[in-house]
Design a protein. Sequence first.
Length: 186
Amino acid sequence: MDDDRIIDLFLSRDEEAIVQTAQKYGQRIRSIAYRIVNDPETAKECENDAYRETWERIPPNEPRDYLFPFVGRIVRHVALNVCKRNQRQKRYAVYCELTEEMQECIPANQDVEAEIEAKELSGMIDAFLKTRPEEQRRVFVRRYWFFDPVSKIADTYGFTQSKVKTMLFRMRADLKSYLEKGGYTL
């Protein structure tokens, strides 16, 4: 079923919308959650929570042209929240490693003012990525948005793991420089 029809089901409050979304995107959504929480049962719970939240957000949203990214973003946030909750209980997940990698180039948001600047920072990161070749953008997004392991990225794009690591290292350094030029003190 196409996304437009699935959105119509959501708008008419037909529970078949969730069934169709799960049928079309379930495996991909679950894999996003799994890469973050590293536990199949927790990933399934995150997937179900994402469907519930999608149900609550449509309407007012109508992501007709971007249903998968819409649900993918929701499941990513759900999974990250699970990790944060588990981290407080002294359990760690894959995202901790990635957070450490990015700490050197993105300022931490420890206060309210930083929360206000988050949208500006997001815009700057988007602008930075637009300056990069498409291949580099894809590798960066696969690593830091979808939490793909370096080995999977290398296999997907036909690179060596060393090349992917070097590319990510250089992009983090370039991003740090870009952000500093944009007024962020790191």
